[in-house]
Every structure is written in C-alpha cells, then in structure tokens.
Design a protein around this ligand. Structure first.
Ligand code: UD1
Ligand code: CA
Length: 452
C-alpha cells in the first residue's frame, strides 16, 4: 500500500531569536543537531529520498545534512517567501518522484516515528493530504485547522487571516503535512500570496486539493511532540522533554535510575539491563553501558564502552576511547581516555590513564599517571595482565610494563619492565636515630633566645 516516500525538510530559517552565530537548526538536543534529529526521523519512517531546503549562505547546514544523510539532496531557497515557496525550492527532487511527499520542519525535533507513521497511514486510507494537528494550550499565532462534521479537514487558516470564530479553534497546525498527489507541483504552483503576510502558504494546499475533489485528513498528536524551537528557552524546553522520554525508555528497558531527573543522556546512549545509575551522571555521545554495570554519582562519560558488572565512580571521567571490559573498577577522580582496560582491571583512585592499555586484573594504584604527551606527540603506555602499579607512579610513555610485574610506589618509570619483575625508581631510604628529638630541642632553645 505505502509508496516510495520523499521527505522535504525545511531548514531555511536563520533563527535570529536564538542570538547565535550558528544557524538555528544546528543547535543541539541530546548531543545531536535539531536537523540531525529530523533527518534520523525521516530515515526511520522509510523516507527513501531526502531533500533539505536551506537558506543562502548556509553551507554549514548543508554539510551537517550531508554528514547525517549522505544521500540527501540539498536545495537553497534564495528568499524566504513562505513555506510553499520553501517546498518548491526542492522542485527538482519532487519532479521525478513517483510516490508520497512528507514535509517536516527542521526546528521541530521531538516528533516520533509512531506519529509520522500514523500520518502516512491516512494516505493509505484514501486521503490525498494529511496534516498533523494538536490541541494548543495557547493557539496564539498557529494556523487553525477548520474541520468538517465528518472530522476531515476543510482548510487551514493562518491566525493573521482568520475571523473571530476561526480564532477560537484550539486544534492547530503543526506544519507537518503528507501528500499523495499525482501532480504535487501543479498543486503547489497554484498557491498564491494574497494574504495578510504576503507569503506563499503551504497550508493553502488543503483548499486546492479539496477543490479538486480530494480529501484532507487530520492526525492529532500531543503538543509536546510538535514544539518548535525559536529561542534558547524553547531549546532548553525541548531538551527537557527529550531527556524525560529517554530516561523513561531506559527505565522501561530495565535500568535503575535513583534520581532520573539528574541523569543526562545523549541521542545514542545505550544502557543495558540492571544497570544502576546514581544521581548526577552525564552521558555525552557514543556511550554503551552493558548489563549490570553500576555508575555511581557524579560521573561524566562520553565515547566510552562500559562492560557488564563494571563499577564506575563516584566522580569518574571517561573520555572517548575508554573501553572497559567486564568487572572493571574505575573509582573517584580517575580519568580514562583512549585506554582499553581488560576484565577485572582496577584504577580506584586519583589517576590519569591516557592512551594505552591495561591488562586483565591489573591494579593501578592511587595517583598513577600515564605521562602520554611530550608537548608534541602522544605515546602509549601498555600494562600487562595482572601487573601491580604502586601508588603515585609516573609511567612515561612510550613504555611497557610486563604481565605480573610490580612497580614500586612513587617511581618514575621511563624504561620497559619485564614480566614478573619489580621496578623501583627511588633513592634508598635513610634513617637517623633520635634526629627529630635533637632537632626539636635545638629549635626550642633558639626560639626562647630570640623572644627574650
Ligand atoms: C507555519 C504554518 C502554521 C503552523 C506553524 C507551526 C504556514 C503558512 N503556516 O507558520 O499553520 O501553525 O508553522 O509552527 O505554513 N520556512 C522556510 N522558508 C520560508 C518560510 C518558512 O524554510 O520561506 C521554514 C522555517 O524555517 C520554519 C518553517 O518553515 O522551520 C515554518 O516557518 P514559519 O515562518 O515559522 O511558519 P509559521 O508562520 O510559524
Ligand atoms: Ca622518585
């Protein structure tokens, strides 16, 4: 039943109310641009063909679109003459397309796949046009959906063009529309700009389709889903809604969040079953946490894989390339970057592990530092299985510590250490019997002499 789908994403708005040097649609929610979210949605609903309409001088938006969807066509709308004009900027993609057409706004990042699937379902049920509507808490400047007794859509009236009775309607247009038309360019071409704003309104397509004997349907969704972002406060509002949904999803999948409202997830965070996450944990992009791992309070984690049964934090920082096998322990004030830690390896306190590897069951003592950077290049520290690195050791990379070796506390290790050896880098300890007592007596006498 369903036909090949072309999705046109409107992203030409500059978003001046964001007060930003970055075009609005590149602002991020959960670590991914709003445009990226909308492109992922379009791909998720089976949009075989994607067209993105950007404004002039928006090369950076073009790049983001092509990074997220390499097969997309990007078009430039030279002047912002309205939403119908914006869709027509993608004329070349629409021209050759045999199938359905979906229009999305790149500044509406919270739409779900289920809702779009329901919208497209209306086309399968015989509508030529389907509009996504919502009951607005405050209808304000939204277009109003004028419906017939049978629930189908008669017209969309922009607030500026609406009469008093129409303004009372609370059912509003989200802007999202789907079309199944033999000649979509004919319909779009008939849209004029004789209205209050002097713009080419995409919404006028409803009356044109109806005048040709077609039917227009409405699908209603929750207002939160169609929240449009125009200013930073709305961006934060959209982030809050996104986070609430994501937390609920990982809890439904079997994770325990002690204080869900304090845990921040990214668009691609993967959390396994029986993972326990304590308060105040931030997940940047690229994190996977396997079953049964425990993330204690106040951790910052990005680009990391955490194996099952691992214990992280409190106050740990995992940076990109931290790959922790099963049952690894990374404790308080430990930073791990670009290091693979084998099963059961431990770094429990106050360490920097950067660039290298730690073998299974190795123990990294408190205060150990991988000295990975010489000011010009990064070098590797490789620690064998079951090695024991004493506290406050500096391992100057490139360096290899053999399996089962011991490093004496406080050593600065600059040369490779053989397996099962002990490496120490210290001066011999000296002890002078009774020295402290003599010293105190002498100093007390001296002080008494000066205070006379
Ligand atoms: C539009 C709808 C309105 C709906 C509202 C929902 C029309 C005529 N009106 O109104 O019914 O309630 O969205 O938010 O469609 N854009 C372009 N080029 C343009 C104009 C717009 O790319 O020339 C993009 C904007 O960047 C934005 C989207 O289209 O992402 C909507 O445009 P906007 O001007 O905000 O439309 P509204 O007046 O809010
Ligand atoms: Ca020393």
């Amino acid at each position: 039943m369903s036909r090949p789908l072309l999705t046109v994403i409107l992203a030409a708005g500059k978003g001046t109310r964001m007060r930003s040097s970055l075009p609005k649609v590149l602002h991020q929610i959960a670590g991914r641009s709003m445009l990226g979210h909308v492109l992922a949605l379009a791909q998720g609903v089976g949009g075989e063909k994607l067209a993105v309409v950007v404004g002039p001088d928006m090369d950076i938006v073009r790049k983001e679109a092509l990074a997220a969807a390499p097969g997309a066509d990007v078009f430039v709308q030279e002047n912002q003459l309205g939403t119908a004009d914006a869709v027509l900027a993608a004329r070349n993609a629409i021209q050759g397309h045999q199938g359905d057409l979906l229009v999305l706004f790149a500044d509406t990042p919270l739409l779900t796949r289920e809702t779009i699937t329901a919208l497209l379902g209306e086309l399968d049920k015989g509508a030529q046009l389907a509009v996504l509507g919502f009951e607005a808490r405050d209808p304000g400047s939204y277009g109003r959906l004028v419906t017939a007794a049978d629930g189908s859509l008669d017209a969309i009236r922009e607030a500026k063009d609406a009469n008093e009775a129409e303004l009372k309607i609370r059912l509003c247009n989200s802007g999202v529309m789907a079309f199944r038309l033999d000649a979509p360019l004919d319909v779009l071409g008939k849209i004029g700009n004789a209205n209050a704003k002097g713009e080419y309104y995409l919404t006028d397509a409803v009356e044109i389709v109806r005048s040709q004997g077609g039917r227009a349907a409405v699908v209603v969704c929750d207002e939160d889903e169609v929240l449009g972002v125009n200013a930073r406060r709305e961006l934060a509002g959209a982030e809050a809604i996104w986070q609430r949904r994501a937390r609920n999803r990982i809890m439904a999948d079997g994770a325990t969040l002690i204080a869900p409202e304090t845990v921040w997830l990214s668009f691609d965070t993967v959390i396994g079953r029986d993972v326990v996450i304590e308060p105040n944990v931030f997940f940047g992009p690229g994190v996977t946490v396997e079953d049964g791992a425990e993330i204690k309070a106040n951790c910052h984690i990005e680009g990391a894989r955490i194996g099952s049964g691992a214990r992280i934090g409190p106050f740990a920082r995992l940076r990109p390339g931290a790959v922790l096998d099963r049952d690894v322990h990374v404790g308080n004030f430990v930073e791990v970057k670009n290091v693979a830690m084998g099963e059961g390896a431990k770094a429990n306190h106050l360490s920097y592990l950067g660039d290298g590897s730690v073998g299974a069951r190795a123990n990294i003592g408190a205060g150990t530092i991988f000295c990975n950077y010489d000011g010009f290049f990064k070098h590797k520290t490789e620690i064998g299985e079951g090695a024991f690195v004493g506290s406050n050791s500096a391992l100057v990379a490139p360096v290899k510590i053999g399996a089962g070796a011991y490093i004496g506390s406080g050593s600065v290790i600059t040369k490779d250490v053989a397996p099962d050896a002990l490496a120490l880098e210290r001066n011999g300890q000296e002890e002078r019997a009774g020295w402290a007592q003599k010293f105190r007596t002498m100093m007390a006498r001296r002080k008494a002499a000066t205070s006379k």
